[in-house]
Write a protein that binds this ligand. Sequence first.
Ligand code: ATP
Ligand code: MG
Length: 274
Amino acid sequence: MQVTGLTKRFGSVTAVKAATFSVPTPQMVGIIGRSGAGKSTLLRMINHLTPATEGRIVIDGRDVLSLRGRARHDWQRDCAMIFQQFNLVPRLDVLTNVMLGRLNRHGTVRSLLKMFSREDIARALRALERLGIAEQAMQRAEELSGGQQQRVAIARALTQDPRMILADEPIASLDPMSAQIVMSSLREIHERDGLTVICNLHTLDTARTYCDRVIGMRAGEIVFDGPASAVTTDVAREIYGADESFDEGVTSTSLDDVPRAEAEAYLRPVQASA
Ligand SMILES: Nc1ncnc2c1ncn2[C@@H]1O[C@H](COP(=O)(O)OP(=O)(O)OP(=O)(O)O)[C@@H](O)[C@H]1O
Ligand SMILES: [Mg+2]
């Protein structure tokens, strides 16, 4: 996937400024940056949830931002989204929630007429099993813990048979243990299924633990793009800003294990504001 000059303006606010990067398949990418840096807007533009103001996203020679109608719908199915708040239907059982991932495949009318095939059910159950929550299949989504609900959301994304998973702060509402399970699940899916995973994360430690590559955003711009191992304290300050809001909590205690010059090779010059 090649992203070129991707820009989003909301009135006078430029949420994302000319983001340019490419992602080989498969890769696990963590996007970090402080609140308002443009992380969500970037993911939402990739998935067409938010229309881009400018720029191109090319995958297999197609400009996906110009897709309309059915083709656009297919693209949205190809990049499954996972959200901080899970976005499940709370009163529906877990299995049905997961099978809703198949709706995108069949088209709504066929699904409503035929409901779900045996194969859809089997597929949904396999996904739940893989995420370790098959026992909860018949419970209502709202009865599950946050961590379990996020695993249901991942199972739903998998049944969508996507080529990419876009996760917007998937662990921001979870306790540390659940967060670890959810991130390990995403990592396992990336490794075993060869899916690209792009994940907005608010802590650097998580990005360093689970991602191959880190993209750092600051005020709408990509200011760092390099291997997770190259994120030093200086780089973190560059991304998060060096003022009092730079919190050691977002970093780990052992950031400086890479030579500084090597790390700085991945820093990008910040452009003069447009
Ligand atoms: N629908 C919108 N209308 C107007 N401005 C918006 C809208 N969505 C986002 N913005 C603005 O765009 C900028 C980037 O927001 P975005 O939500 O992408 O940041 P973020 O990095 O995801 O932040 P957070 O870590 O808080 O989720 C912010 O200044 C935000 O106020
Ligand atoms: Mg966000």
